[in-house]
Design a protein around this ligand. Structure first.
Ligand SMILES: Nc1ncnc2c1ncn2[C@@H]1O[C@H](COP(=O)(O)OP(=O)(O)OP(=O)(O)O)[C@@H](O)[C@H]1O
Ligand SMILES: [Mg+2]
Length: 236
């Protein structure tokens, strides 16, 4: 082997090693992320089934006690009713937190149902009109469903927090071997480059997660022009 061949060989070996490291890095990244989602799923269930059910029981018992009070104990009844209302609010907060952590609908009914649910609840909470357009999709593996759900969740959060929009659109379609999720709004828009340089956790995290699945994030927006986010991942 002459010098040039040996150099070529060394270069090829390095390249192979780099590629192995890169795919190992991705495998690890996906594993970490899966563990995190599993943990969220468990917490969400515990909150809903444990704390949530106990609060429901407490509320019912307080109502029973209230009904047992003599007619003239108005102060005690008022105090009990305020406590029942507090219990109800805490129950609602607990359920909301559980759904935010990991909505059961994503595991039970899949991505399409989860996106429709997200649009409805986010729309109600923020006053935005959110439409959903979902094409015919092949069966999607659970990692991919979670990935796209998290992208949509963060994008809608951003719209609710920053856009001052009136309406938004979620569109999910399969194009050949690619899955494409678009989320657009008619709000005030922003400078994507600048926003990403500022290093917000949301958009940066989204981009990194997508990269672990060989996906990409594109942002189109300018001040005054609304914004459009496109996430593309291979269907593997
Ligand atoms: N739909 C949008 N309309 C207008 N501005 C947006 C929109 N999405 C993002 N931005 C701008 O981009 C910035 C970065 O967004 P990013 O999600 O990365 O961070 P953040 O929302 O500020 O914080 P975090 O997501 O970590 O809680 C935002 O602060 C906001 O200025
Ligand atoms: Mg954000």
């Amino acid at each position: 082997m002459n010098d040039l061949d040996s150099l070529r060989q060394q270069y090829q070996d390095l390249l192979d090693r780099l590629q192995r490291n890169e795919s190992e890095f991705r495998r690890l990244g996906r594993a970490v992320w899966r563990v995190q989602e599993d943990e969220r799923r468990r917490l969400a269930r515990d909150l809903h089934d444990g704390v949530g059910q106990n609060l429901t029981a407490i509320k019912h018992r307080l109502a029973t006690i209230a009904s047992m009070l003599p007619a003239d104990s108005r102060d005690a009844r008022n105090a009990l009713e305020a406590t029942i209302a507090l219990c109800g609010d805490t129950l609602e907060d607990t359920r909301q937190l559980s759904r935010l952590l990991r909505p059961a609908i994503l595991d039970d009914l899949g991505l399409e149902a989860a996106l429709r649910w997200l649009a409805r609840t986010q729309g109600e909470a923020s006053g935005l009109e959110i439409s959903v357009d979902i094409g015919t999709l092949p069966a999607l593996d659970s990692d991919l469903q979670t990935l796209l759900f998290r992208v949509a969740q963060e994008a809608l959060n951003n719209i609710a927090r920053h856009a001052h929009a009136r309406s938004a659109l979620i569109r999910l379609v399969a194009r050949g071997a690619l899955l494409q999720l678009q989320i657009a709004d008619d709000g005030q828009g922003f400078e994507p480059e600048q926003a990403q340089r500022a290093g917000g956790g949301g958009l940066g995290g989204m981009r990194e997660r997508l990269r672990l699945y060989d996906g990409q994030l594109e942002l189109h927006s300018a001040p005054g022009e609304g914004s459009r986010l496109r996430a593309v991942v291979p269907l593997t």
